[in-house]
Design a protein around this ligand. Structure first.
Ligand code: PMP
Length: 296
């Protein structure tokens, strides 16, 4: 049996889940989205993801036609309808159907779509061996043009970086900001460890404020690891002792090679290992229950 998709107030089959070719999400990337995970029957950091979705929508003057509480109910109900316990949830709000012009005033009805699906993740061995990544030439969008803290449907900046990574035959790309400081990856935040201090770029560099990033910062501080939100350059990245990426889909994944340089000793470092363990533990214990809830 196929998937049940939430589409503007109804649960429809995958085949019936269609949007207009005049939808401005499709025509212009005008909309916002979230990627959320459920682990063992609980949705991880649901409130935080909903908050970011509604903040992103406000930043682009998009009024979501459901309250946060209603949206939460719909997310949980979508998981129940698909009998999922471990899943990746994609929540999309697009500007909706308009005409062929840009003007959002011509789009009176935003579209709300929730897709819950089985998650496809990096192979297990990459969490043990680490990824190879490259620093790409595509710079992250400058915040004064399109702020990366808005999780919009307009991901072409990231896709161009991904294309560069594909050409180099590696799974992720590290993007710099306009000044040449490390910003983030195409779908993940970046951390390094130097002299036992955990360092990640501050949000003003022009990055998405990742929810996994926040969780990892919190976990590290709880472990007594000192954490700094500080800019660093590719050269400092090459000379780091450990490096890892964080994101809802990738979770915490080590990086052991950047632009051909071996990071640390070429194996997963101790601080990274500890944070992977703590992160996994948290995803198994915390979250909004899917099946006990009355929402929907
Ligand atoms: N940066 C970008 C550009 C992303 O798309 C994502 C994934 N949503 C992240 C960072 C990581 O954010 P999160 O931990 O909230 O998934």
């Amino acid at each position: 049996m196929g998937l049940w998709i939430y589409l503007n107030g109804e649960y429809v089959s995958e085949e019936e889940a269609k949007i207009s070719v005049f939808d401005h999400g499709f025509l212009y990337g005008d909309g916002v989205f979230e990627g959320i995970r459920a682990y063992g029957g609980k949705v991880f950091k649901l409130e935080e993801h909903l908050k970011r979705l509604y903040d992103s929508a406000r930043a682009i003057a998009l009024k979501i036609p459901l309250s946060k509480e209603e949206m939460k109910g719909k997310v949980l109900e979508t998981l129940r309808r698909n009998k999922l316990k471990d899943a990746y949830i994609r929540l999309v709000v697009s500007r909706g159907k308009g005409d062929l012009g840009l003007d959002p005033l011509k789009c009176p009805h935003p579209e709300v779509i929730i897709i819950a699906h089985k998650i496809s993740i990096y192979p297990k061995e990459l969490y043990e061996k680490g990824l190879e990544v490259v620093v790409v030439s595509t710079r992250r969008n400058i915040p004064s043009a399109l702020d990366p803290c808005v999780k919009s449907l307009n991901y072409l900046n990231n896709i161009l970086a991904k294309i560069e990574a594909n050409y180099k035959g590696v799974p992720e790309a590290i993007m710099l900001n306009k000044d040449g400081y490390v910003a983030e990856c195409t779908g993940d935040n970046v951390f390094i460890v130097k002299n036992k201090v955990l360092i990640t770029p501050p949000t003003w560099v022009g990055i998405l404020k990742g929810i996994t990033r926040d969780v990892v910062i919190h976990l590290a501080r709880k472990e007594g690891i000192s954490v700094r939100e500080e800019v660093f350059t590719p050269a400092e990245l090459y000379a780091s002792d450990e490096c890892f990426l964080t994101g809802t889909a990738a979770e915490v994944i080590p990086v052991t090679r950047v632009d051909g340089r071996i990071i640390g000793e070429g194996k997963v470092g101790e601080i990274t290992k500890k944070l992977i363990r703590q992160f996994r533990r948290l995803t198994q214990t915390e979250g909004t229950p899917i099946y006990e809830s009355q929402g929907g």
